[in-house]
Design a protein around this ligand. Structure first.
Ligand code: CA
Length: 227
């Protein structure tokens, strides 16, 4: 198996050393950038499997780096690190195109698990435009559209829609969706899938015809035009 390559963007030497050692111990290759400009230069020339990007950086901050990256149509998965863990910052980060978010202080095992999850997602970044009927999802800009009209999605809703669009016409069970979208390997016994399918349906189907996201009783959900 190819070694996963990670770019760590952080200026604080102790944090760099701590994270770098942990990722190296996991067998990952790690490069380090101390500021946003250096990070963007490295990403332009090297294909990384994931970025671990601190928000607090000298010069341009992590969110600005992330926006610049996505504007350049670079889809490298990004885990944002924040010192504060404020809800607003988390939302800003996810809206700017982050794949995941972790507030400091964090447990190393959690960081590693999340970085690995990003690496698994890396292979899913092509093709760029997924489509069923007049519903499209650009996996680089993360923009969903129905009939050309832009739809705002949360990160979970995005991942859920992406999963459906990658298997159009196939019935997806709740367990499959829990694994693909929530990284659960067990059924937590909640109705989280149904809640999110409901939200997604509200966004992609409520004001449009035909209805695409369908319930298959006792089985799960399927994305397809009605037959
Ligand atoms: Ca920092």
């Amino acid at each position: 198996m190819r070694r996963m390559r990670v770019l760590l963007v952080e200026d604080e030497p102790k944090t760099v050393s701590f994270i770098r050692k942990a990722l190296l111990a996991e067998g990952l290759a790690v490069d380090v950038a101390g500021d946003g400009e250096a990070a963007l230069a490295m990403v332009a020339t090297t294909p990384f499997d994931a970025l671990v990007l601190d928000i607090m950086l000298p010069g341009r901050d992590g969110l600005s780096v992330l926006r610049a990256l996505r504007e350049r149509r670079n889809a490298t998965p990004v885990l944002l690190l924040s010192a504060r863990g404020e809800v607003g910052e988390r939302v800003d980060g996810l809206n700017a195109g982050a794949d995941d978010y972790l507030a400091k202080p964090f447990v190393l095992a959690e960081l590693i698990a999340r970085v690995r999850a990003l690496g698994r997602r890396r292979g899913e970044t092509s093709p760029v435009l997924l489509r069923v009927a007049d519903l499209t999802l650009d996996t680089v800009t993360r923009q969903a559209r129905r009939g050309g009209v832009a739809i705002e999605l949360s990160t979970r809703e995005y991942r859920l829609l992406q999963h459906f669009l990658r298997s159009p016409g196939r019935v997806c069970s709740r367990m499959e969706l829990l694994e693909a979208v929530w990284d659960y390997s067990f059924d937590p016994g909640t109705n989280v899938v149904d809640v999110y399918v409901g939200r997604l349906r509200e966004k992609i189907d409520a004001r449009h015809e035909p209805k695409l996201l369908q319930t298959v009783r006792g089985c799960g959900y399927v994305l397809r035009p009605p037959s």
